[in-house]
Design a protein around this ligand. Structure first.
Ligand SMILES: CC(C)(COP(=O)(O)OP(=O)(O)OC[C@H]1O[C@@H](n2cnc3c(N)ncnc32)[C@H](O)[C@@H]1OP(=O)(O)O)[C@@H](O)C(=O)NCCC(=O)NCCS
Length: 150
C-alpha cells in the first residue's frame, strides 16, 4: 500500500537512495536536511510498505510555487506514485492559497513531460541551454483556478 507523508528526518536515508537511482548528480543528504529547515519548502514522500519509493518537493514563493524535484525509484515506476505525489502537492498549494505551480523539465525527459501534461501542466516557454548549456529546458505551468483571487 502507498502512503504519502510530509518529509521528516526519518525519510532521509531512503531519499538518498531515490536520488542515486534517479539522477547522475542528485541531492546530497545535507540538501534534504537543509530543505527540512527551509520555511519555503514542502516535500511529499511516498512510502510503499514502509519503504521510501519517491518524493516530490516545491518552494512556496509568495503565492506561486516552484517544483524543485520529483523522483521515483526505478522498481516502483509506472504505478501512479508520481501522479499521487503531485496530487498531494497540489492539495497543499490549494490549501495555502497558491494560484500557480511552475517547473522546468529537460526537453529530452519524455516520461516527466508526459507526467506533467497528464497532470494539467502547459508547456509555456523554452529556456535555451538551461541545463549546463547543453539541453533546453521546457517551462511548464499549472494555474490553480480555485485560488485565482481575481
Ligand atoms: C518521471 C517519473 C517521476 C514518473 O514517475 P512514475 O511514478 O513512474 O509516474 P506515474 O506512474 O505516476 O505516471 C503518471 C503518468 O506519467 C506519464 N509517464 C510516466 N512514466 C512514463 C514513461 N516512461 N513514458 C511515458 N510516459 C510516462 C504517463 O502519462 C503516466 O500515466 P499512465 O501510466 O496513465 O500512462 C519517474 O520516471 C522518474 O523518477 N524519473 C527520473 C527522475 C525525473 O526525471 N524526474 C523529473 C524531473 S523534472
Amino acid at each position: 500500500m502507498t502512503v504519502y507523508e510530509k518529509m521528516n528526518p526519518g525519510h532521509i536515508d531512503g531519499l538518498v537512495k531515490v536520488e542515486e537511482d534517479c539522477f547522475a548528480s542528485g541531492y546530497a543528504r545535507n540538501t534534504f536536511e537543509k530543505e527540512l529547515e527551509n520555511k519555503l519548502a514542502y516535500y511529499v514522500v511516498a512510502l510503499v510498505d514502509g519503504e521510501v519509493a519517491g518524493y516530490a518537493g516545491l518552494w512556496n514563493m509568495c503565492g506561486s510555487a516552484d517544483i524543485m524535484n520529483v523522483g521515483v525509484l526505478k522498481s516502483f515506476r509506472r504505478h501512479g506514485i508520481a501522479e499521487g505525489m503531485l496530487g498531494r502537492l497540489e492539495e497543499y498549494c490549494i490549501a495555502q492559497g497558491i494560484f500557480e505551480i511552475n517547473l522546468e523539465v529537460r526537453v529530452g525527459n519524455v516520461p516527466a513531460r508526459q507526467l506533467y501534461a497528464k497532470m494539467g501542466y502547459d508547456e509555456i516557454a523554452v529556456r535555451k541551454g538551461y541545463y549546463d548549456g547543453k539541453e533546453d529546458g521546457i517551462v511548464m505551468k499549472k494555474l490553480l483556478t480555485e485560488n485565482r483571487g481575481v
